[in-house]
Design a protein around this ligand. Structure first.
Ligand SMILES: NC(=O)c1ccc[n+]([C@@H]2O[C@H](COP(=O)([O-])OP(=O)(O)OC[C@H]3O[C@@H](n4cnc5c(N)ncnc54)[C@H](O)[C@@H]3O)[C@@H](O)[C@H]2O)c1
Length: 437
């Protein structure tokens, strides 16, 4: 493993001789660069923002600590922020999601200090977050709220430098709202996840496709004819359920929210309790943002050979300690596939990717085409926060609608899709309460 460090002059500036970082193998940098460039071809909105940022330099002098999945798309976001004049420090937001070639390329080719190694242990994961915090960021960019949590608990003295932050995912937004509600949150944060051009596309189509991709790469199972159980019919669950149906599976959905359950039923899925789903499912996928969605009583009711995977943010959706207690020691039967043999019945349950989000643990995460929109929201939200942070309270904010619409317009333009505009008569009609009578 290569730990390249640079002496820091004021806790933030590198000395220019070598870029700081802790990555697996610098020899992977060339391949990482090739893949970053490939992803960039499918990120026209981010590219357009990068070109503007390079001219206008709206982020000049800003230090950004980013705790994101270290993927090719994230690399292109980091390049964009840097083009805007920011100093960017990057660490992974999950121990299994880092693409080691990308991490190496960021250090070697893009001068972006990166601290991330695929498969890093708990201690290393947090030491990498701390390395980013040591840069004394003005802005935090988080995916799951781990960086913000460490900052607010272990590095409180650094909070005075922070002007604002952004949060990428549903689970992180939930945690931040809890912090804001208890008055713990010390600066304004924009919930990128809540932009329409993020969750309607990234969570639905990105997670939908890449979750199936991760499961297939792990197992090479035939989805057609199998019974797939989707826990949680949120934006991610909708996506995976739809893709599984498209592959020819019988799809069962479990929910705790009556409206979402109704929606799943009317979308043509069988909505059942997990208890009912357990003896029927061949493959279970959790996407709830909740914990212990699959637990002891469920494992005991599953059939021999059931496969369980998670694509929610944290690895707590499947109660792995409970599965371990029920089984003889696990056996890795294929890369990222652990076999748990239940004591007594001898039934086998296969856990994919250690219960970590499977689309990033076993595949490449979301396609660049969809991350283009999520990360365009990130880049423009940082620009917005730099200008407006003084007028914002210590709370969680939605992405300004003008940013959301700009992202949609730029994406449509890149796809060569035209839409209509309102005629003056329509504008008048829509603005009037007395028209139409
Ligand atoms: N894998 C990825 O790349 C990726 C991408 C985006 C989001 N995420 C993560 O996926 C998770 C889901 O995100 P989302 O945007 O769909 O959230 P969401 O809030 O839209 O949906 C979650 C759904 O799960 C349901 N739910 C909660 N507890 C449940 C339980 N015990 N049983 C059944 N259903 C339950 C909720 O009612 C809700 O409908 C989050 O953790 C999010 O951070 C992962």
């Amino acid at each position: 493993m290569a730990r390249r460090t640079a002496r820091r002059t004021n806790g933030a500036e590198t000395n220019g001789a070598a870029v700081a970082g802790h990555v697996k193998d610098m020899k992977l940098a060339r391949e990482g660069k090739r893949r970053i460039e490939w992803a960039d071809r499918n990120m026209p909105v981010v590219r357009a923002i990068r070109a503007r940022f390079a001219k206008e330099r709206p982020l000049k002098g800003l230090r950004i600590a980013a705790c994101l999945h270290v993927t090719t798309e994230t690399a292109n976001l980091a390049r964009t922020l840097k083009a805007g004049g920011a100093e960017v420090f990057l660490c992974g937001s999950n121990p299994l999601s880092t693409q080691d070639d990308v991490a190496a390329a960021l250090v070697a080719h893009y001068d972006i200090p990166t601290y991330a190694i695929k498969g890093e242990d708990h201690k290393t994961y947090y030491s990498h977050i701390l390395s980013c915090i040591e840069a004394r960021p003005h802005v935090t960019m988080d995916d799951g709220c781990d960086l913000v949590t460490v900052l607010h608990t272990k590095k409180k003295s650094y909070l005075k430098d922070v002007i604002a932050g952004t949060e990428e995912t549903s689970t992180g937004v939930t945690r931040l709202r809890a912090m804001a509600a208890t008055k713990v949150l010390r600066y304004p944060v924009i919930a990128i996840n809540d932009a329409d051009t993020k969750h309607l596309f990234d969570n639905r189509y990105g997670t939908g496709q890449s979750t199936m991709d991760g499961i297939l790469r792990c197992t090479n199972m035939l989805i057609a004819g199998s019974t797939v159980v989707i826990a949680g019919y949120g934006w991610c669950g909708r996506g995976v359920a739809t893709r599984a149906k498209g592959f020819g599976a019988t799809v069962l959905v479990t929910e705790i929210n009556p409206v979402r359950a109704l929606e799943a039923a009317m979308d043509g899925f069988q909505v059942v309790s997990m208890e009912e789903a357990c003896p029927r499912g061949d493959l279970f996928v959790t996407l709830t943002g909740n914990k212990s969605v699959l637990r002891r009583e469920h494992f005991l009711a599953m059939k021999d050979g059931a496969i369980v995977a998670n694509s929610g943010h944290f690895n707590v959706e499947i109660d792995i300690p409970a599965l371990e207690r029920l089984s003889s020691p696990k056996r890795e039967v294929r890369q990222l596939v652990d076999e748990y043999k239940l004591k007594g019945s001898g039934r086998r349950i296969y856990l994919l990717g250690e219960g970590r989000l499977i689309n990033l643990a076993a595949a490449e995460g979301h396609p660049a085409m969809v991350m283009d929109m999520s990360f365009a929201n990130q880049a423009m939200s940082v620009e917005y926060l730099r200008k407006k942070h003084k007028s914002l309270k210590r709370d969680v904010f939605v992405v300004p609608p003008e940013i959301d619409k700009t992202v949609a317009r730029l994406k449509l333009a890149s796809m060569d899709v035209q839409i209509d505009t309102l005629t003056p008569e329509q504008v008048k009609y829509l603005a009037s309460w007395s028209e139409g009578t």
